[in-house]
Design a protein around this ligand. Sequence first.
Ligand SMILES: *[C@@H]1O[C@H](CO)[C@@H](O)[C@H](O)[C@H]1NC(C)=O
Ligand SMILES: *[C@@H]1O[C@H](CO)[C@@H](O)[C@H](O)[C@H]1NC(C)=O
Length: 984
Amino acid sequence: MKHQRLKSLYLVVALLFLGRLSLTSSLHSDGAILLRAKNDQLDDPNGLLGDWVETSHNAPCNWTGITCDPQNDAVVSIDLASVGISGVFPAGFCRIPTLRNLTLSDNNLNGTLSSESISLCSRLHLLNLSFNFLHGELPAFTWEFVNLSVLDLARNNFSGEIPVSFGRFPGLQVLSLFGNSLSASIPEYLTNLTELTRFELAYNPFKPGPLPSTIGKLTKLENLWLPNSNLNGDIPDSIGNLIALKNLDLSTNSLSGKIPDTISGLKSVVQIELYDNQLTGELPDTFTNLTSLLRFDASQNNLTGKLPKSLAGLPLESLNLNDNSLEGEIPEILSSNPALTQLKLFNNSFSGTLPVNLGRNSNLEDFDVSGNEFEGPLPPNLCYRKKLQNLIIFKNRFSGTIPASYGDCDTLTYVRIFNNELSGKVPARFWSFPGLGFIELKNNRFEGTIPPSISGARDLTSLLVSGNNFSGEFPSEICGLQELVVIDISRNGFTGELPSCLTNLKKLQKLDLQENKFAGGIPSSVSSWTDLTELNLSNNNLAGKIPTELGDLPVLTYLDLSRNLLSGEIPAELTKLKLNKFNISDNKLEGKVPPGFNQEFLISSLMGNPNLCSSDLKPLPQCPKPKPASIYLIGILAALAILLLGSLIWYWVVKTRKLHPFGSKSKRSWNTTTFQRIGFNEEDVLASLMEDNLIGAGGSGRVYRVKLKSGQTVAVKRLWGGNCQLESEAVFLSEVETLGRIRHGNIVKLLFSCVGEDFRVLVYEYMENGSLGDVLHGEKGVLLDWPKRFAVAVGAAQGLAYLHHDCVPAIVHRDVKSNNILLDEEFRPRVADFGLAKTLHKEGDRDVMSRVAGSCGYIAPEYAYTLKVTEKSDVYSFGVVLLELVTGKRPNDESFGENKDMVKWVTEAALSSPEQGSGDSGSSYDVLGQLIDPRMNLSTRDYEEIEKVLNVALLCTSAFPINRPSMRRVVELLKEQYPLARPK
Ligand SMILES: *[C@@H]1O[C@H](CO)[C@@H](O)[C@H](O)[C@H]1NC(C)=O
Ligand SMILES: *[C@@H]1O[C@H](CO)[C@@H](O)[C@H](O)[C@H]1NC(C)=O
């Protein structure tokens, strides 16, 4: 017994010894630490750390990302930036006693950064964890971090306050925390870090507070970067002590008061950005010393007074003071500046004439003095160095002519000089610069013609010259400018005929020629004007008929042909247009007003045509009744025709014994597949695909509601044939393949499919209440109280979770939206429309892939740059549907404002809500109140549930796919009792 024990002890000792031997001989112990930390704490999906192998030569010193001290092969630096690793912060790396630098930026690290784990790293000189997904509070750092000189935690999701220990690093030179969710205000103790050269806290939702007045202690500071940091109050005087500062950026805050005189102390400063604050008072006159200053931007404040000569005398490259209340003249000295390339003084009250030598001494590129009270002539040398690109001087009182020298300014791309008092001829070459994209000369007193040489301005998108005295013919050379989107030459004296080639301009959206003297007819071959929304030809001398083709323009909403000499009848085709503005008054039109225009509110649009008649519209004369004899004749002829047709059809039926709606072949091969037990066949279905039964038409086909002989009602989708056949084939196959093999209570049932030579038909169970989108955004929206909506949310989530997690291979729907969630008679949801669905393992289904996956407003942001669709893209779209359920708005509702969609709108509202968990539930209801669909009557319990759904929706619509929960988790979260636990 004893013997036995002794033996096993030997064995253990021997093993230990061997193990140690092999360690020391084949692997540096730093390597063991690295491997352990990597294996325990990191994932390396890209395999870029594949060379971290114990046996490799010189391990670990030539492993990816590792730097050793050449003297003793000790690891001194780990740099794994952008290798795509994920996992938690690998504190284990810090067990290497010689490690100085640790850089893990731009990866997918997740989780929190605890004070315990960070305490292992007290020997570090540099710690860079920026651009990851770390969250939670910032850790406290102990006193031991005496050597830390760079701490970069920017662009994570850290929240809460900046701990006191951040003010204690004795040697910290770089503190970068920008782009987190830090919420307390910027603490004064950070100004104890007197070694700092970079202080970057921008883009945090800090509590509003001032820039600490002790900021002047940071005399080594080179970069002070605090835009979007909720700063308020004055800029402290001590700012002038920052003698090493090169870049001062306090833009987009709420700073007020004057710019302090002490700003002259910034002897090294290159760039000062103060735009978008509430600064007042005059600009200090102490700029003289700032001889390194290249860029000064104090635009969008409330500054008053004059432009100080000391500022104008600096060799600035760019001076932006737009959107203030500055006044007075521009000091002549500004024009002797040798560096000035950008001058933006727009929207102020500057007056007087511009310095005559402006542009002579520097490479001026960008010149914008619009919205002031300047007068007198334009400075002749503005383009002296031939660099000027943007000439923006609208809304002033400039007079005289455009200087001839401007005709040589080939670099011009953007010209806006409207609303001035300029006159005379425009230099001929001014129209033809090769890069010119935009020219707006409206409301001046220019005269002369537009020369044929305008054909040189090949990139021109907008030609806006209305309200001048231009005359002559409108040159047909204009038709070669294929980029043109807007032409407005209204209120001039143009004569001659309209160039008929104008219809070649395929991108044209607006054509305004009103109040000229154009004669001749309206061009008729307008079918290429597919983007035209506005056509105004009023107040000319146009004659002839109104082309019927105008009725085919797909997006025309504004049509004004009034006050011309147009004759003939009003083409009935025009009634097809969806017009907001329609005017054909004061012409010579005649005949009957087409039925679609017999509307009270259109009377004024029709008046002034003495020969128009209508039986319904009051002031218009009645149309003469056709003679009775001819009525009889027509009647008899019609009866005969019907008889003839009827007997033909009868003959046909008898002959073929089959009547079906698809083509003429008598024998067809139909290929049908039945997926469920059904009591009907293809002929029952096909016979009833008639207009009367049509309930919808979409991108892939028409949908009919068909009541079968058996009494059963089904929905029948007929896919488009014709041109898009290939695509419709792919959609069909995808739908059949996907739906044919799945069964779930929240997924629409495919009963039957049928393929003929030139048609494809799918038969589904019929959903009484149509699509969620129609119900929610239509009048029936009131029927959907919150409990119903919540049930829809859960049901649809279950359907999608089934696709993602229970189908093998998993199925991505790729077009989740409210219109693809159908509701049965009890408003229970079924996910439908699998035309774009895709199983995950089968790549490269090209026909289907060639279509953009998804619908506008629902597409996950990563799709824009990866074009890859994963389950997480469905999760995003589903999040949008959740937001739709809560807000009752469409994902692209106009009320969200420009460039905003529902996700941005809700996210911004949610961010502006008082801090969550502050206990004051009343005010968080206020924010909720603005978001919630007002058509619902809600109980307190409903509010809680809505808050929960909103939280889930925001998780689902996270910008990064990795942060979105899986659909299965979404179902759990929705079903969880309130309050919501944090998702894992
Ligand atoms: C490491 O050393 C081995 C052997 O000298 C060499 O083959 C390998 O390319 C090196 N790896 C790197 C990343 O330098
Ligand atoms: C460590 O970081 C410091 C500070 O950025 C840098 O000067 C030094 O070169 C780095 N050392 C190594 C080995 O990468």
